[in-house]
Write a protein of this length. Structure first.
Length: 92
């Protein structure tokens, strides 16, 4: 009975207060460089050596974000941008 009351009354009230926001993979991967694909070394090697993507998907290394290049045809949207003293964003 306690379980039923929790599931029937408490869970819906919590879900109403915190609605789930849906976001596309593309918009999320433009902000975050870590994904299921970039954290998988086999997927990255296959992208480079079997499919010969240009640019290939690059494995994630902390501090090496500048190695990532966007390639929307394979689902890689993240690209590191750097600000120069003139205030403009330039891709490295």
């Amino acid at each position: 009975i306690v379980h039923f009351v929790l599931v029937y009354f408490v869970v819906p009230s919590v879900l109403k207060r915190n609605p789930i926001q849906e976001e596309t993979f593309e918009s999320l991967s433009r902000r975050e460089r870590k994904s299921v694909f970039t954290c998988n070394p086999v997927h990255c090697l296959r992208s480079a050596y079997i499919y010969k993507h240009d640019p290939p998907m690059v494995f994630i290394y902390d501090g090496k974000a500048d190695l990532h290049k966007a390639n929307p045809s394979i689902g890689t949207y993240y690209e590191e941008t750097h600000r120069h003293p003139d205030g403009e964003e330039h891709c490295k």
